[in-house]
Each structure stands twice: as structure tokens, then as C-alpha cells.
Design a protein around this ligand. Structure first.
Ligand SMILES: [Zn+2]
Ligand SMILES: [Zn+2]
Length: 216
């Protein structure tokens, strides 16, 4: 729909729309004449073919169908998800405030990634599903634990190893322990002189693979 014809009409017809496509950035701009002018930009949807919606018409005194660009239909269908996403983000936000203006963008992106990962977790998890707060705890614990593994091994041995660390199959190795400690495989009652350097738990040689989910 050309802009010239629109301007020639004096007032743009209800439901009419114009579009421009920027080939360089592959972004489509759509201007739709609803009650007010609605401008949208999209990098994955199209305006055509138009769908239809209804608006009250004062002359006809009833709701009449008017054309609506396809991208607006998609937006209205999907915005429920955006609302829900915002709500989930608000539940547990990164609370560290930075002085730089862009700090909130960084923490927002982290929060968004965590919320999206949690949605994937709920879709994919076969066993226990973690609540959002416990999911965040598990991520935090994993990173803290992974960082702690790089420090010395003189600290007390932890009791809980996040599953995402214990079963990730990366970097688990046996190393000697100074003293005998209770093997951390749930079904083992022995005391071991070995530990996993990544999980930092005491573990027997024969329990190592089972503990890490590498053999039944
Ligand atoms: Zn391990
Ligand atoms: Zn054992």
C-alpha cells in the first residue's frame, strides 16, 4: 500500500497499513491505522497476508471487520507470553545495583536467560522439576562450587553436590585424600582415601563411575 495514496485520502482509512523493508538489516517496519497509528518493527514476521479484526464503527453503530497486518496478530497472540515472562523476571531479580547505566541491561539479560532456561528445564526434566528459586540456587551453587574447585582442597568436604555439576561428565578425576573419609556414594558405607577433585567429595575407586552416573 503506497504512502502517496494514503496521503491523497486526507485521513488514512481504518485498518489500512504501509510497510517498508530495510534489506540491509532485514527489518520490516509496519504502520497500521487503528484507532491510533500503530508502528511495529519485526525481523521475522510479515505484514502480508493481512488478517482481520473487528472495531466499532460509529456510522454503522456496530463492530465491523477491518484488515490487520499479520505481524500485529502474531504480536497479540504472543504478548501473553511476554507478560508472563515479565512477571517471572520480577519474582527474583538480580539485586546488585551498578553505577553504570548499562548495568541493568546486563542483569536483565541474565535474568531473562535464567527464566528461559527454567522453562526449558520444566519441559525437558524427566525427574524432579525444580522451582524457579531452586533452579536459580542450583545455578549459583554450581558456579560457586566450580570456582571453589580451583582453590585448595583443605576445606571441609561439602555434602550436597548439584546434579548439574555431579553428572556433567567433565573434569572429574580421582586424587588422594590425606585422611580416610566416608565415601559419598549413597549406597556405599566404606571410608575412602580418594576424592573427586571436581566434586571435592570422598569417593572410592570402584564407586567413582556410579557416583558420576557413568555406569549403572
Ligand atoms: Zn566428581
Ligand atoms: Zn564407595
Amino acid at each position: 500500500m503506497s504512502r502517496d495514496r494514503e496521503e491523497g485520502d486526507g485521513k488514512s482509512r481504518r485498518g489500512s497499513y504501509e510497510q517498508r523493508f530495510d534489506r540491509t538489516s532485514e527489518v520490516l517496519l509496519v504502520r497500521w491505522h487503528d484507532n491510533k497509528v500503530v508502528n511495529v518493527m519485526t525481523n521475522y514476521d510479515a505484514a502480508d497476508p493481512p488478517t482481520s479484526t473487528t472495531r466499532y464503527d460509529r456510522t454503522a453503530k456496530k463492530r465491523l471487520p477491518i484488515p490487520q497486518p499479520k505481524v500485529l496478530k502474531t504480536y497479540n497472540t504472543g504478548m501473553g507470553g511476554v507478560d508472563l515472562h515479565d512477571q517471572l523476571l520480577g519474582a527474583y531479580e538480580v539485586a546488585i545495583r551498578g553505577k553504570k547505566w548499562y548495568w541493568c541491561l546486563i542483569t536483565r539479560m541474565l535474568d531473562m536467560a535464567v527464566v528461559n532456561s527454567h522453562i526449558l528445564h520444566k519441559t525437558a526434566a524427566t525427574g524432579d522439576q525444580l522451582s524457579l528459586i531452586n533452579f536459580r540456587r542450583e545455578i549459583a551453587t554450581t558456579y560457586l562450587k566450580a570456582a571453589a574447585c580451583e582453590r585448595d582442597a583443605a576445606r571441609p568436604l561439602p555434602s550436597h553436590i548439584p546434579a548439574s555439576l555431579r553428572y556433567d561428565g567433565v573434569g572429574h578425576m580421582l586424587a588422594p585424600l590425606n585422611a580416610r573419609r566416608r565415601c559419598q556414594l549413597e549406597s556405599c558405607k566404606l571410608r575412602s582415601t580418594k576424592r573427586c577433585i571436581k566434586c571435592d567429595v570422598a569417593i572410592c575407586f570402584k564407586c567413582f563411575a556410579v557416583y558420576h552416573g557413568l555406569s549403572p
